[in-house]
Design a protein around this ligand. Structure first.
Ligand SMILES: NC(=O)c1ccc[n+]([C@@H]2O[C@H](COP(=O)([O-])OP(=O)(O)OC[C@H]3O[C@@H](n4cnc5c(N)ncnc54)[C@H](O)[C@@H]3O)[C@@H](O)[C@H]2O)c1
Length: 246
């Protein structure tokens, strides 16, 4: 099994947990890092997981994306799994709420957090001629209003729609798509981030909103990713996948 894992920034990244799970299943890994700064954190992880490849990938740069898949094509000649675990939006556009999000910020958030997945699918498909799995990470804010999630709500909704349409287009080739919703943590790190970023809302107001919006209150991890469970429970399905839409 050959797996490309994008979106590891450090050992707290969801992508790190996923990469570990793939490795436990015996997958060979290609791992990417977004910047030279993050490389310092990702390199030891790549060593720990015996990754075959550690490659630079800023998805805003189409040449880098093409180069990653060209390298995989040359070294492995095929791919079974691609994990897209990437999200980004300009800070000012996130903090101003959706109403005040700039056109440029909206486009950047959509390009990096959503279209990059479509681009990856297009590059991965020729390497998955015997089928494969494309995974991406969504969030509850795609379907419900989560305070301060702002522009990322519409972006994640678009990402989920992309996964459905890609499943339709790539299903006949035996490529499965999964957009997984990792549960956000309301008791730890993410709570802090949300509370700090809450603007004029009171903490209790945010808590009440989150109580009604959140599907769970556990650290997002590999265990909270449904697509991973399916792969874990039935590794052989990776070899002969059936198309699915989540
Ligand atoms: N943490 C949560 O509570 C949570 C919940 C649900 C979904 N998610 C989603 O899971 C995914 C991973 O998030 P995480 O919590 O592991 O955070 P993280 O910060 O560890 O991962 C985000 C990754 O995106 C990468 N990235 C940003 N811009 C990039 C670019 N231009 N090119 C390439 N890579 C770029 C970063 O380097 C980082 O590795 C994201 O899509 C996020 O929206 C997170």
């Amino acid at each position: 099994m050959k797996a490309l894992v994008t979106g590891i920034a450090n050992e707290h990244s969801i992508a790190y947990g996923c990469a570990k799970a793939f490795r436990e299943l015996g997958a060979d890994l290609a791992i990417t890092y977004a910047t030279e700064k993050t490389k310092a954190w990702v390199e030891p992880i790549a060593q720990e997981l015996d990754a075959h490849m550690l490659l630079p990938l800023d998805v805003a740069d189409a040449n880098q994306l093409n180069a990653v898949f060209a390298e995989i094509g040359q070294r492995w000649g095929r791919l079974d799994i691609v994990l897209h675990s990437i999200a980004w939006a300009p800070k000012d556009d996130l903090q101003g709420g959706l109403l005040h999000c700039s056109s440029e910020g909206f486009a950047q958030a959509m390009d990096i957090s959503c279209h990059s997945f479509v681009h990856m699918a297009a590059l991965a498909a020729p390497l998955m001629d015997k089928g494969g799995t494309l995974l991406t990470m969504s969030y509850h804010g795609a379907s419900k209003v989560v305070p301060n999630y702002s522009v990322m709500g519409p972006v994640k909704a678009a990402l989920e729609a992309c996964a459905r349409y890609l499943a339709h287009e790539l299903g006949p080739q035996g490529i499965r798509l999964a957009s997984s919703v990792a549960a956000a943590d309301w008791t730890g790190v993410n709570q802090k981030a949300l509370v700090e970023n809450r603007g004029p809302r009171s903490r209790r107001e945010s808590e009440l909103a989150m109580e009604h919006c959140q599907p769970a209150a556990a650290l997002p991890s590999c265990e909270s990713v449904p697509g991973i469970h399916r792969i874990r429970e039935s590794p052989r399905r990776c070899e002969r996948p059936a198309p699915s839409v989540r």
